[in-house]
Design a protein around this ligand. Structure first.
Ligand code: CA
Length: 182
């Protein structure tokens, strides 16, 4: 299931003051807690996947993946998707946190083509979700249990097909790239 990762934890000791702990959560596509609205396949033949596996066949409008996870600490978390799409058009996803769209920008997220389906490492993209002002979108999480769901809204073409490797939630000061497990 989900892995909680503490990148750096410093104990207060003697006269030394602890820096803030940087933290994040790795949600592997293949280690979801539920899926629906279509049929995913777990692939082990794709290049450079986190955990060695990815979910392919995210093809249908309304098809969704959900993760139950625990936030290690309260705070604002950025969201980074590792995905592949060989479609020649924009594809769209909706993000829900605990059953609600947590802000207008999450109602319709636009993902660009990555030029393939992840058979080559270069066909995967690690995309940190950003708003219209190019600033990273953040989820305000309390410490403890949450549920995150991504749903396909199709795309600007025949469908919104994509493959998903993993998703990372990272608190400020944590490089999301360090949380994937290549
Ligand atoms: Ca994976």
């Amino acid at each position: 299931m989900q892995k909680k990762i503490a990148i750096a934890a410093f104990a207060t000791w003697g006269m030394f003051v602890a820096p803030a702990m940087a933290a994040g959560v790795l949600l592997e596509a293949e280690a979801n807690s539920a899926t629906g609205g279509g049929s995913f396949t777990m692939a082990t033949d794709r290049a450079a996947t986190s955990g060695g596996k990815a979910l392919i066949g995210w093809d249908a409008d309304g098809q969704w993946i959900e993760w139950a996870f625990e936030a290690p600490e309260a705070g604002d978390y950025q969201i980074t998707l590792r995905y592949a799409s060989g479609r020649g058009w924009d594809i769209w996803r909706e993000l829900k946190l605990d059953g609600q769209v947590p802000g207008e920008a999450f109602a319709k997220l636009t993902l660009k083509t990555t030029g393939g389906w992840g058979r080559a490492a270069s066909e995967w993209q690690n995309l940190t979700l950003a708003g219209a002002n190019s600033q990273p979108l953040t989820l305000k999480l309390t410490a403890g249990k949450h549920v995150l769901r991504l749903t396909s809204l199709g795309g600007d073409g025949a469908n919104g097909s994509a493959n998903l490797d993993a998703l990372v939630l990272s608190s400020k000061g944590t490089d999301p790239q360090t949380l994937f497990k290549p």
